[in-house]
Ligand binder design. Structure first.
Ligand code: SAH
Length: 231
């Protein structure tokens, strides 16, 4: 998979691309991530990328021309162009799974009041939100999207860390995890986990996952019951 990120602030991605799973995934050629500095497509001597809004009001708007140039430069026939936006569909595991199957993602990071509506209408295939709140730019949302998607691309994470056991993958939240020591400040690890009985462990984990889902996310639990009835 190839991911291009169009941003006015490529520096924000530095540590993100150079550590842990995202670094390894690039090293293993599971994914290649390219930062596109939008400033390079800016207009005039100052490489301007924003201007004041028609109709007046505070804040600036990202101009059409640099965005058109940048997207045209990196797009191919099979590209999916995504705009990070609070107006988009909510990012969830289903969306991440779907995007993990794409060959080429082009992610546009908005800033200021957002991008000119004509750039959105003409260039963008899909708008994605990371939740019902506003952050100052699309960079952090893009990193959230990239992390969610890349760990689902085959080869990105090892079998041990397998995403199939993660929250949401099977419609349930995760079960509780414990590691050594077996007793910490008088708190004991549930005996079943030390029993060596794999069937009992699997059953305990399943029950815990179901209980947590029921308690913390009644909405997910209802969906889960519906889907297990269908099967
Ligand atoms: N005026 C806009 C907010 C602009 S915030 C509004 O009210 O909808 C600037 C940029 O940050 C946006 O263009 C978008 O790219 C990004 N952004 C802010 N909140 C986001 C969210 N919840 N999900 C995804 N991107 C977001």
């Amino acid at each position: 998979m190839k991911i291009e990120v169009i941003t006015l602030f490529p520096g924000i991605f530095k540590g993100f691309l150079e550590e842990s799973i995202i670094k390894q995934a690039q090293k293993k050629a599971v994914v290649s991530i390219n930062l596109v500095d939008l400033r390079g497509f800016g207009e005039g001597r100052h490489l301007t990328c924003d201007d004041s809004p028609y109709g007046g009001g505070a804040g600036m708007v990202m101009k059409c021309e640099p965005l058109f140039k940048a997207v045209r430069k990196v797009s191919r026939r099979n590209s999916k162009v995504i705009l990070m936006s609070p107006q988009g569909q909510d990012l969830n595991q289903t969306v991440a799974k779907r995007l993990a199957k794409q060959q080429h993602l082009v992610i546009i990071c908005g800033r200021y009041e957002g991008i000119d509506e004509r750039a959105r209408a003409r260039l963008v295939d899909e708008e994605i939100s990371i939740g019902d709140f506003v952050v100052s730019g699309g960079e952090v949302p893009a990193m959230v999207l990239i992390e969610a998607v890349v760990r689902l691309v085959p080869g990105a994470i090892s079998k041990q860390e397998s995403y199939e056991k993660d929250s949401f993958y099977q419609g349930l939240l995760d079960w509780p995890h414990y590691t050594r020591p077996a007793v910490y400040k008088k708190m004991k690890v549930p005996p079943v986990l030390i029993s060596g009985n794999h069937a009992a462990i699997a059953q305990w984990r399943r029950e815990q996952a179901e209980q947590t889902t029921k308690k913390n996310r009644p909405d997910l639990w209802a969906d889960y019951l519906k889907s297990t009835k269908k099967k």
